[in-house]
Design a protein around this ligand. Structure first.
Ligand SMILES: Cc1cc2nc3c(=O)[nH]c(=O)nc-3n(C[C@H](O)[C@H](O)[C@H](O)COP(=O)(O)OP(=O)(O)OC[C@H]3O[C@@H](n4cnc5c(N)ncnc54)[C@H](O)[C@@H]3O)c2cc1C
Length: 503
């Protein structure tokens, strides 16, 4: 029986392992944390209340993935309509913010300037198109400088930690639909599903129906793991096991090395995701445990792409190592609050431009009816940060107090209602698409083609800003390829770059 070692027990690695196991393959999955699910997990606080890495609601643009989620959660969780808002210049708007909404928030003079800017850019685009290198170039030519300066510029700098002039144009192109005045008018007249226009990118966050398990998002990952183990007594899931190296022979990976590592839970911090290869911020610095080695026939990786290259050691070329160093992640600190009131927010999530957090969510409003006691509620504050900065180093108590104060100012709770504060951290929250990152990715994709029995996929493994459905689809695609027996080159030769689901 062919033995596949899966690296990383997030939803991508689990989907790959689950599909291989259900097809009768032997699977060993190695996960650094003491729990499964990666970013799609639900961790428990002191009273058993569930905290996600920001609420993880399920949706799928792909029928196969949606059916897999439904099959795994066959006892069901009902769909809810998406109800997400943005607070901008003192008023609530629908998310994502449309250019019209920004315009509505302006004085007539500013609106006239924005319209003039937009019209000039539209004309310029047709008559004398400019080279678009950065996200700033892309957004300015799409919506004009006034709209860019009011919202996109400052918000992007806050979330990503760098100005849009340093982010690649493709980042904006993939996340922000081109504004056409005609489309904005027709779209604002439509409702529900009909609002999705053909021009939206498949990774765009405009999804109408969401599914959320009553006890927390982690249910799907837990059940996938159970099914991997149930498929065969030979299958193994090793948690608290950090992959520390890959052994290669003649362009094939022949073994995976790992070490047992302690849990990252401490002092109000429920977890800190990390690959162990970070220059700063890795919780895995004590390598006193003995390195173990598992022989394998092939490897499906979902750990961060730069870490995978690092772990290949001398088998990776110097060009690949340099390219891997170019790729950066924005770190993430989620502040979870257990609050003594049954409900707090008028929406599932609200985005803010002027608070410590970027997004505030109430898990119950997504369908998480049982994440905590009925007379309490769980609020999640998403904060992007850099490893080692003030937010990263602050305690759960300190961040809890800051967030509760800002929430009280908005009228969502009283500071005295705060019952518990926790933090969930990850060194890899978001891939940062710096100008020039495409070149680094091309180098790494070519490099990985040299290793026929090694595939990589997932949000971190392919360095793509995707949701759980696409991360799962990537896991299934890795399994499909391994099961097909075709060469990697044949399997991905016809996949266009943007749709690439593994490498
Ligand atoms: C704040 C936030 C909110 C989100 N909300 C949603 C949402 O509502 N809906 C949605 O569909 N998607 C959402 N997403 C996206 C979703 O989290 C991801 O697409 C998905 O979970 C990625 O899964 P993955 O398996 O590819 O990666 P990960 O979940 O990052 O899994 C990678 C795993 O590899 C492990 N690992 C890393 N290095 C090593 C090593 N050296 N050895 C062993 N193990 C290692 C990690 O511990 C981790 O478990 C959100 C993401 C964020 C950041």
């Amino acid at each position: 029986m062919t033995h596949t070692v899966v690296l990383g027990g997030g939803i991508c690695g689990l989907a790959a392992g689950f599909s291989l196991a259900e097809h009768g393959e032997r699977v060993t999955l190695i996960e650094a944390q003491h729990f499964l699910g990666g970013l799609a997990t639900t961790l428990r606080g002191e009273t058993g209340a569930g905290f996600d890495f920001g609420p993880h609601a399920y949706h799928a643009r792909n029928e196969r993935v949606l059916n897999m989620f439904k099959d795994i959660a066959s006892d069901g969780f009902p769909a809810r309509a998406k109800n997400v808002r943005i607070k901008f210049r003192g008023k609530y708007y629908k998310y994502p913010l449309e250019a019209f909404d920004i315009a509505k928030s302006m004085s007539p003079i500013l609106a006239a300037r924005a319209f003039a800017d937009y019209s000039i850019e539209s004309l310029r685009r047709r008559l004398r198109p400019r080279a678009l290198v950065s996200a700033e170039d892309w957004v300015v030519q799409a919506m004009g400088r006034t709209l860019y300066s009011l919202f996109f510029g400052p918000y992007t700098t806050k979330v990503w930690g760098v100005p849009p002039s340093q982010l690649a144009a493709s980042f904006a192109q993939h996340r922000i639909p081109h504004i056409s005045l005609a489309k904005v008018i027709t779209s604002s007249l439509r409702k529900g599903r009909a609002k999705i226009t053909g021009s939206e990118h498949r990774y765009a966050p405009l999804v109408i129906e969401l599914f959320y398990p009553p006890r927390g998002a982690g249910l799907i990952s837990e059940r996938m793991a159970e099914r991997i183990l149930r498929a065969s007594p030979q299958n193994e899931i090793c948690t608290g096991a950090l992959v520390t190296g890959l052994d290669t022979e003649g362009g094939r990976v022949v073994a995976v090395r790992y070490r047992e590592v302690p849990s990252t839970k401490r002092d109000g911090q429920l977890a800190q995701l990390a690959s162990g290869t970070e220059e700063r911020g890795s919780p895995y610095t004590d390598f006193s445990s003995e390195e173990q080695r598992i022989a394998c026939d092939r490897v499906a990786s979902s750990i961060p792409l730069p870490a995978l290259i690092h772990l290949l050691g001398d088998a990776a070329s110097n060009d690949a190592k340099a390219a891997a160093k170019f790729l950066r992640f924005r770190a993430l600190t989620i502040v979870g609050l257990r609050v003594k009131r049954p409900t707090a927010l008028p929406a599932q999530s609200i985005y803010f431009t002027n608070k410590t957090f970027n997004r505030l969510s109430e898990t119950r409003n997504y369908g998480g009816s049982d994440v905590c006691a009925p007379d309490e509620t769980v609020l999640l504050c998403d904060i992007t940060c850099d490893v080692g900065d003030r937010i990263w180093n602050a305690s759960a108590d300190e961040l809890g107090r800051i967030c509760a104060k800002e929430l009280a100012e908005e009228g969502f709770m009283k500071e005295s209602e705060l019952a518990e504060s926790v933090v969930l951290r990850s060194t890899f929250g978001y891939p940062v698409y710096m100008v020039g990152y495409e070149r680094a990715i091309d180098t790494l994709m070519k490099e990985l083609m040299r290793f026929e029995n090694l595939v990589t996929g997932g949000r971190q493994g392919l360095y793509k800003y995707v949701d759980m459905d696409i991360a799962s689809e990537m896991g299934l695609a890795m399994a499909d390829h391994l099961l097909s027996g075709t060469s990697k080159r044949d399997a991905i030769a016809n996949v266009p770059y943007e749709d690439r689901v593994f490498a």
